[in-house]
Design a protein around this ligand. Structure first.
Ligand SMILES: Nc1ncnc2c1ncn2[C@@H]1O[C@H](COP(=O)(O)OP(=O)(O)OP(=O)(O)O)[C@@H](O)[C@H]1O
Length: 306
């Protein structure tokens, strides 16, 4: 068996990853890194490949792709019973569009620097979030390493993913879709319950984070600490749309959470109920709808970092 099991998503970054892989493969061979490689050919393929590889005895996974591929592999880790997750390891050579997860935990965006990480094998162990949600009438569960977004954020992500599927995307896609859908979107009512508290609010957007960044570099959950055992929650309450445009810079540096229309708190568990369906994205992947139940597994994922 080889040392690393590498999963390459050739579709990441609108298909640009295919060319990037050639460069990465050359460099890995130069460094005499021992690996087996497989390309994904469809959505959730990385998930089933991961489970099969763990069954075969692999413990070290390297992803060449974006946050969506990382999410599928992590869901493979936590959905199998062949190996304890504490013995598994994940690394990333980012070839995605947003590459938001690695910004918090310390994975270089530059592919050469990301390959250098393999030389030192420094490991950081972070928390893993999970959310129970619905797909039509069926309850489903998804683990996440970065951020889960709902309300306006899920709508912008859905539009961004549609343009990704047509290979029309860039790191600015989220921002462009945010601006173009802003005036069409209406805030929704929901009941948020956590730690014996209950908030009944009209919400514009919401994020539940293990890490800080989403949307291609926006600090949506600016105070998140990935190994503190807590979910950080940002709620943007209903507000005039022109305020969003006016404060857009504050989304990038995270200072928007100090505004009076934002609630920010930490919790281990959270549930969201609503009359209307509220949509969900997790690590940039568009999923189902409310009701939602969030939880966390403390210090559960070993990550190769710089
Ligand atoms: N061969 C393939 N063809 C089409 N889609 C694929 C293929 N392999 C994987 N996918 C899907 O591509 C989607 C996007 O992948 P990924 O998140 O890795 O890249 P990205 O969207 O460019 O990056 P980021 O999430 O960091 O912005 C995932 O939903 C994944 O399941």
């Amino acid at each position: 068996m080889k040392k690393y099991y590498i999963i390459v998503n050739p579709h990441s970054s609108g298909g640009k990853a295919k060319e990037k892989w050639k460069v990465i493969e050359k460099k890995l061979k130069e460094l005499k890194i021992d690996f087996e490689k497989v390309f994904t050919s469809r959505r959730m393929h990385a998930y089933s490949l991961t489970i099969e590889a763990i069954k075969d005895g692999y413990k070290r996974f390297l992803i060449v792709g974006g946050d969506g591929t990382v999410n599928e592999v992590v869901n493979g880790f936590f959905s199998q019973e062949f190996e304890k997750t504490e013995n598994l390891l994940i690394g990333l050579i980012p070839t995605g569009t947003g590459n938001d997860w690695g910004k918090t935990v310390g994975i270089p965006v530059d592919i050469y620097e990301a390959i250098d990480v393999l030389k030192h094998e420094k490991v950081y162990t972070q928390d893993v979030g999970f959310v129970k949600y619905y797909n039509d009438e069926k309850e489903e569960k998804r683990f996440f390493v970065n951020i889960a977004g709902m309300f306006f954020d899920a709508e912008v992500t859905r539009r961004t993913n549609n343009s990704k599927d047509k290979n029309k995307s860039s790191s600015f896609s989220y921002l462009l879709n945010l601006l173009s859908s802003l005036f069409k979107y209406t805030s929704q009512n929901a009941i948020i319950s956590y730690e014996n508290k209950s908030l009944n609010k009209k919400i514009f957007s919401m994020a539940v984070g293990i890490c800080k960044y989403s949307g291609g570099g926006m600090k949506m959950v600016p105070e998140a600490i990935p190994d503190d055992g807590k979910l950080d929650v940002t709620i943007v309450n209903d507000l005039p749309k022109w305020v969003v445009v006016q404060k857009i810079k504050k989304l990038f540096d995270g200072s928007f959470i100090k505004e009076p229309w934002v609630d920010y708190f930490r919790t281990e568990k959270l549930s969201i109920n609503s009359q209307e369906k509220i949509y969900l994205e997790v690590d940039g992947e568009s999923l189902g709808h409310s009701p939602f139940e969030f939880g966390i597994i403390k210090k559960a994922l070993n990550v190769l970092v710089k």
